[in-house]
Design a protein around this ligand. Structure first.
Ligand SMILES: Cc1cc2nc3c(=O)[nH]c(=O)nc-3n(C[C@H](O)[C@H](O)[C@H](O)COP(=O)(O)O)c2cc1C
Length: 234
C-alpha cells in the first residue's frame, strides 16, 4: 500500500507520455479557423478545472476566469481590439506594416466562448511565500493557468487564441473588471475546422522557429558545450 497522500498511480505509461507531448506540440494559437458550434458545458468545465490546477506562488491561486458568451460584451472587446490594432499597425514600417495588416490576430466574434483570465494581486494579503522578493510571481502564476487552459483545450480538440492587442483599461471597462484586478489574458475558444501544423507567424514568414540549441546554455549564460549532442536537431 502506498503511504497515505501519495499518488496511487504515479507513473505515466509511454502512451500517456506521448499524448502529453503530442498535445504540447500540436497546440496552436487559433485565430481564423473557429466553427460556430458551441462548447459543451462539461468540456468547458474540464478546461477551466485544468486552468485552476495550475501551480501558483505560495498557492495563492490569484486567477479568476470570466467566461464571455454575450455578443454585446464581445462586440465591445472587439471594438477595443480594433482600436489598438490600428494603433499597432502604425508602429511597423514599410512591408512589415503591410504584412501586419494582413494578419488575422483575433477571433473574438468568430469563437463561441471568450475567457478572460485575471490576476488578483492582493488575493492572500501582502506577504506571500515565494513572492517576497519577486513581486511579479503572481502574474506568472496566472500565466501558468493560461497555459494549462490552452493545453487542456487542445486535448479536448478546442482551439484557443490569445488576444493581447488591447488597452488594459478598455478591457477592464468592457468586462467590468475593478481597477485592482489585473487582466492577464483574453482568450477565444471554440471548435475549429483544422489546426495548422506550424505557427501562423512562422508560415507567414514573420519569424522562424529558433533551434533549441540556440537558446540553451550550460552552467553559465551563453556557455556552450561543444556540439550539444543532447539537443541534436531539435
Ligand atoms: C502572451 C501572448 C500574447 C499573444 N497575443 C496574441 C495576439 O494578440 N494576437 C494573436 O493573433 N496571437 C497572439 N499570441 C499568439 C502567438 O502569436 C503565438 O503563440 C505564436 O505565434 C506561436 O504560435 P503557436 O501558438 O500557434 O505555436 C500571443 C501569445 C502569447 C503567449
Amino acid at each position: 500500500m502506498p503511504e497515505s497522500g501519495h499518488q496511487p498511480d504515479p507513473t505515466f505509461s509511454e502512451a500517456e507520455r506521448d499524448a502529453v507531448y503530442r498535445c504540447i506540440h500540436s497546440r496552436r494559437d487559433v485565430r481564423g479557423q473557429f466553427l460556430p458550434d458551441s462548447i459543451d458545458d462539461a468540456v468547458l468545465a474540464r478546461i477551466l478545472a485544468a486552468a485552476h490546477h495550475a501551480p501558483s506562488v505560495g498557492f495563492m491561486q490569484p486567477w479568476d476566469f470570466i467566461v464571455v458568451r454575450s455578443p454585446e460584451v464581445k462586440k465591445n472587446v472587439h471594438a477595443a481590439f480594433a482600436k489598438a490594432h490600428a494603433e499597432a499597425a502604425q508602429m511597423f514600417e514599410g512591408d512589415r506594416r503591410d504584412t501586419y495588416q494582413n494578419l488575422k490576430l483575433e477571433g473574438i466574434l468568430d469563437s463561441p466562448v471568450n475567457i478572460c483570465v485575471t490576476c488578483d494581486r492582493s488575493r492572500t494579503g501582502p506577504v506571500v511565500i515565494g513572492r517576497t522578493h519577486l513581486p511579479e510571481m503572481d502574474l506568472f502564476s496566472a500565466v501558468c493557468a493560461v497555459q494549462n487552459l490552452w493545453l487542456a483545450a487542445r486535448a479536448e480538440n478546442v482551439g484557443v487564441g490569445w488576444v493581447s492587442i488591447v488597452h488594459r483599461d478598455e478591457l477592464r471597462d468592457a468586462l467590468g473588471i475593478p481597477a485592482h484586478i489585473h487582466p492577464v489574458a483574453y482568450l477565444c475558444l471554440g471548435r475549429v475546422s483544422h489546426f495548422f501544423e506550424r505557427p501562423e507567424l512562422e508560415s507567414a514568414g514573420w519569424l522562424p522557429r529558433m533551434k533549441l540549441a540556440e537558446v540553451t546554455w550550460f552552467d553559465r549564460w551563453q556557455n556552450r558545450q561543444g556540439d550539444e549532442p543532447l539537443l541534436g536537431e531539435l
